[in-house]
Design a protein around this ligand. Structure first.
Ligand code: HSE
Length: 309
């Protein structure tokens, strides 16, 4: 194979209580990426989207990830990477992870899958470092593997795929910018034991809820006493969105990644659509532009596609 086109999905990191350790993949939106082998060594990057991202490989999220793979792959050829981003950078929907994970997964597919999933996660984290200054894997892992994933540890890497029932997911992306690096800087370094106990009860409950397919347990475990109270201040109308969506029947939800997007998990498509209407009504009234998605849990992660860029 000389060329491959893939779909690299949006992801929701943290899943409210699991800061930096839990994440899930969405069916939509997704980035399209085409990777071609070239006779000329090195890496050329082309962006077809209008996000004005750098195409200097070392400074580009997909480029940094792919270069770290190329460093150890000892290739006799180079690559040309064409990216059409549909996941807006800074949305809280794993835009950088989609770039980083998509680039290394596509390369691995062209290189007869010579690298393991753990290798790919490590390469892709170099892209996350370029994006936010931190190597976190809670977007990269669900993007690569699909479904719900738990990062028990990064050093050494210990990834667990968590079974899950079918879920319908509603997302609203208020069109304001929240940089992950800023949203990390405002967090407190210390956590009280009382809060920690509550938080790990919720994390364990959430994982058990996914594995048992217990929607009610999932819902009541979607509680964050550490990060959300600090970060939610950056998102206009957050409390109202959350309260009214849950009153409408959503299982629960909160900030997607570091925001500003807000997500809600739902048992049925019908509820997911009602939740979308509530989100639309609130941000129309508040006067902030927004985009909404009603989608499903993506169990596949990155996949090859016939779609054209
Ligand atoms: N876990 C990361 C954070 C995800 O919340 O900062 C960023 O997308």
């Amino acid at each position: 194979m000389k060329s491959i086109t893939i779909k690299s999905p949006a992801t929701i990191a943290n899943l409210v209580c699991g800061f930096d350790i839990l994440g899930l993949a969405l069916e939509a939106p997704y980035d399209l990426m085409k990777l071609e082998k070239t006779l000329k060594k090195g890496l050329e990057i082309i962006h077809l989207d209008a996000y004005n991202l750098t195409t200097v490989p070392e400074n580009n999220v997909a480029g940094a990830a792919l270069l770290s793979l190329m460093d150890v792959a000892n290739l006799a050829h180079g690559f040309k990477l064409t990216i059409d981003k549909k996941i807006k950078p800074g949305s809280g929907l794993g835009s950088s992870a989609a770039s980083a994970a998509g680039a290394v997964q596509a390369a691995n597919m062209l290189l007869d899958n010579q690298f393991s999933q753990d290798d790919l996660i490590r390469f892709a984290m170099n892209g996350e470092k370029v994006a936010s200054g931190v190597k976190h894997a809670d977007n990269i892992t669900p993007c690569l593997l699909g479904g719900v994933t738990l990062i028990r540890s990064i050093y050494p890497l210990d990834i667990i795929q968590v079974d899950s029932p079918e879920l319908f997911i509603t997302v609203v992306h208020p069109q304001i910018e929240v940089k992950t690096s800023d949203a990390r800087q405002i967090l407190k370094e210390e956590v009280s034991l009382k809060k920690a106990i509550k938080q790990w009860g919720n994390i364990a409950g959430l994982v058990a809820g996914f594995m048992k397919g217990d929607h009610e347990l999932i819902g009541r475990s979607l509680e964050d006493v550490i990060i959300e109270p600090v970060r939610s201040i950056l998102i206009p109308a957050f409390d109202e969105v959350k309260k009214r969506c849950i009153a409408t029947g959503a299982l629960g939800g909160g900030i997607s990644g570091s925001g500003p997007s807000i997500f809600m998990l739902n048992k049925s498509l019908e509820t997911a659509l009602q939740v979308e209407s509530i989100m639309q009504e609130i941000y129309t009234r508040v006067g902030i532009d927004f985009k909404t998605y009603v989608t499903k849990l993506n169990k596949q992660g990155i996949t090859q596609t016939e779609e054209e860029l």
